[in-house]
Design a protein around this ligand. Structure first.
Ligand SMILES: [Zn+2]
Length: 159
């Protein structure tokens, strides 16, 4: 079943690329932990989707929130950021928290190229950003292949 959800692997492939770029930019001490945080963040927004990898485990979120509503908004990212920051008393973790939130934003960003799009200011505004990519179809697989190629290229260049 597809239900207008971009594939988990596409979000991971894009999150991985964002993670590598941020490692170059911010040089976190623990690069593995950092990339894991970014990948976790890039999977999280689909918690609002009962058929998604994350949503299956937290079914209640999918019933309470419409898919690509609040959890796909910049407000959700901001709240997540503030909550995580307030829980971590050690500033040393802030780079990993920022990485996780950047992963979260990467998910929203790439969902914006799909036909269904996203509402970045939900629930304040139903303004929608969308593209022409139909999820789970051939174009998404092409995007996935390009992302994996970029991931590999970046990885080889860096290490
Ligand atoms: Zn999504």
């Amino acid at each position: 079943m597809n239900m207008n959800k971009m594939m988990f692997k596409t979000h991971i492939a894009f999150g991985f690329l964002v993670g590598l770029l941020l490692i170059q930019l911010w040089s976190p001490n623990n690069q593995i932990l950092f990339i894991m945080a970014v990948l976790l963040g890039s999977a999280l927004p689909d918690i609002d989707h009962p058929e998604s990898k994350v949503g299956k485990k937290v079914k209640i979120a999918g019933f309470l929130f419409e898919h690509r509503g609040f959890f796909h908004s910049i407000f959700a990212a901001l709240i997540l950021y503030l909550v995580l920051l307030s829980f971590s008393s050690f500033a040393v973790y802030s780079v990993y928290i920022t990485g996780l939130v950047m992963g979260y934003l990467s998910h929203i960003l790439i969902d914006a190229v799909t036909k269904e799009g996203i509402m970045p200011f939900h629930p304040l505004s139903r303004f929608r950003l969308n593209g022409f990519i139909r999820t789970g179809r051939v174009l998404e697989y092409i995007i996935l292949a390009v992302l994996i190629a970029f991931d590999a290229w970046k990885l080889i260049k860096m290490y």
